[in-house]
Design a protein. Structure first.
Length: 222
C-alpha cells in the first residue's frame, strides 16, 4: 500500500489522538478490541471517538473448491489505513491518563508454531492498574497476523504468556538479560502452550511460575 493519508489526519473532536505510522488493514474486531481497552483504562472518565470504519469487505473462498464461479462470500470487513490517519481520539481526561490508555495496546511477536505471527496486547490478567507486562505475565491479546490454513486466525482473541521483553531482566546475582524483541507464547486456559515448538531462548524464571511445558519445549534456557 503506497502513499499517505491526506484526509482524516487532524484532530477534530478530542484533545489527544492515536495516529497510524504504517499502512495496514484493520479488521472490525481489532477496532472494537482497541476501543474496549481504552474505555476500560479510562474507567468512564472521558470520551472516545473512533475515526475509522471497516467499510471494505474481504472475501474468502472455501477450501477444496474448484476455480471459477465468481468470488467467495465476505468473511470479514476491514478499514484501509494509510500512514498519518487518526485512529482514535480522546477527550475529557488528563494527559497522563490519555497517554496510558492510548499506549495500552502493545504488539508482540509469537515465539511458537501455533500459526499466529503477531499479537496486540489488550490487557494483563490478574492486574488492574499495571501499565507494563513482565516476563511470565499472562495477557489477553488479539491476533494481528497469522499463517493461512492454520487453526488460529486473524482477529481471534487468545491468551498468551510473555517470554521475552526488550526491558532488561535483573537477577539477584547481578546478571542482566535483555532481548531484542517482545515475544509471547499462546496458551490455553490451563496455561499449556498450543504450539509444539518454541523459538528462541527463554529464561528459567518461567519454570518457577509453573510454565514447565514451555521451558521443556524451548531450545535454550538462560
Amino acid at each position: 500500500m503506497k502513499g499517505i493519508s491526506y484526509r482524516g489526519n487532524h484532530i477534530c473532536f478530542g484533545r489527544y489522538a492515536l495516529q497510524a505510522l504504517e499502512p495496514a488493514w484493520i479488521t472490525s474486531r481489532q477496532i472494537e478490541a482497541g476501543r474496549r481497552a481504552m474505555t476500560r483504562n479510562v474507567r468512564r472518565g472521558g470520551k472516545i471517538w473512533v475515526r475509522i470504519f471497516p467499510d471494505k469487505p474481504v472475501t474468502v473462498r472455501p477450501t477444496e473448491t474448484r476455480m471459477g464461479s465468481g468470488k467467495g462470500s465476505p468473511e470479514y470487513w476491514v478499514a484501509v489505513v494509510k500512514p498519518g490517519r487518526i485512529l482514535y481520539e480522546m477527550g475529557g481526561v488528563a494527559e497522563n491518563i490519555a497517554r496510558k490508555a492510548i499506549s495500552i495496546a502493545t504488539h508482540l511477536n509469537v515465539a511458537d508454531n501455533s500459526g499466529a505471527r503477531e499479537l496486540m496486547c489488550i490487557r494483563i490478567i490478574g492486574t488492574s492498574n499495571r501499565r507494563y507486562a513482565n516476563i511470565g505475565d499472562v495477557i489477553v491479546a488479539v491476533i494481528k497476523e497469522a499463517v493461512p490454513n492454520m487453526p488460529l486466525e486473524r482477529s481471534e482473541v487468545i491468551r498468551a504468556v510473555i517470554v521475552r521483553t526488550c526491558k532488561e531482566l535483573k537477577r539477584d546475582n547481578g546478571m542482566i538479560i535483555r532481548y531484542d524483541d517482545n515475544a509471547a507464547v499462546i496458551v490455553d486456559q490451563e496455561g499449556n502452550p498450543k504450539g509444539t515448538r518454541i523459538f528462541g531462548a527463554i529464561v528459567r524464571e518461567l519454570r518457577q511460575l509453573n510454565f514447565t511445558k514451555i521451558v521443556s519445549l524451548a531450545p535454550e534456557v538462560l
